[in-house]
Design a protein around this ligand. Sequence first.
Ligand code: 13P
Ligand code: SF4
Length: 319
Amino acid sequence: EAEAAAVTEEIRALLQQEDAVLVAHYYTDPAIQALAEATGGCVSDSLEMARFGRDHKASTLIVAGVRFMGETAKILSPEKRVLMPTLEATCSLDIGCPAEEFAAFCDQHSDRTVVVYANTSAAVKARADWVVTSSIALDVVRYLKDRGEKLIWAPDKHLGNYVQRETGADMILWDSACIVHDEFKAKALEDLQAVYPEAAVLVHPESPESVVKMADAVGSTSQLIAAAQSLPNPVLIVATDKAIFYKMQQAAPDKLLIEAPTAGNGATCRSCAHCPWMAMNGLYSIRDVLQKGDQEILIDEAVRQQAVRSLQRMLDFRK
Ligand code: 13P
Ligand code: SF4
């Protein structure tokens, strides 16, 4: 405790000294989220993280999250120094969509508009026409469908499936998944609902179709927190990374929050509702990177110039 408080103080001083601001995702350790808020940084979903980093006047951004979030910040703000607690923090969707294979896939369907999820590398974004996050995917795809465009969607098949069902757009899906959300189980969720008949179910759309179909609210992390606040139910079963409970409980202090089950019948899960890469972010590594300035995101300028177009389209779509 005392040690954590001392590190927190060190970080506060270093943020000032380095003209830096902390931009954190809801899946990071609550101590990081609290510190980001207390020091004038932000804690939010991936779309708002991108906006906040771009608009903030600090010359250094400390992005606590996973690598694609740091890369997005750098693509949008090449003049800023973008540091991460560790560059090792990747994402199974990013790993599941190598840029060269993806480019070949796009070439096979060259008549289609390429829409990629933000959870991808800069090189994949460079090949795309549009980037979307889960909070804006439905709106962008509806717009493209209305313009008569046929789409390639990558990499998350569950989110792609959900968007396709909701919009009726013509989409070819890349086959990849989030190892955290892929573990949520519909049958076990049904059993839990029987125990809590008054509960509402909140689901991130990276979850399997069978789980999404049981949801009272589907959306990005920020949208799920908003739903937790607005739904009348006293109990909420939540199918997303459990680190979100920190802010969700603040938003809905009187409600009982329960983790959605990740495995039924005693089977084991790989990630148990917490992203192993988000978990790599800690107070000590934030302090260390502020002191050493290593773990810096650098992106090839030609790739960046391509990638910024698809990202900018997303940000311009909903100002
Ligand atoms: P959000 O955009 O909803 O924050 O999602 C990011 C993510 O990685 C979810 O697993
Ligand atoms: Fe990627 Fe899933 Fe982790 Fe989000 S929770 S960063 S989608 S692996």
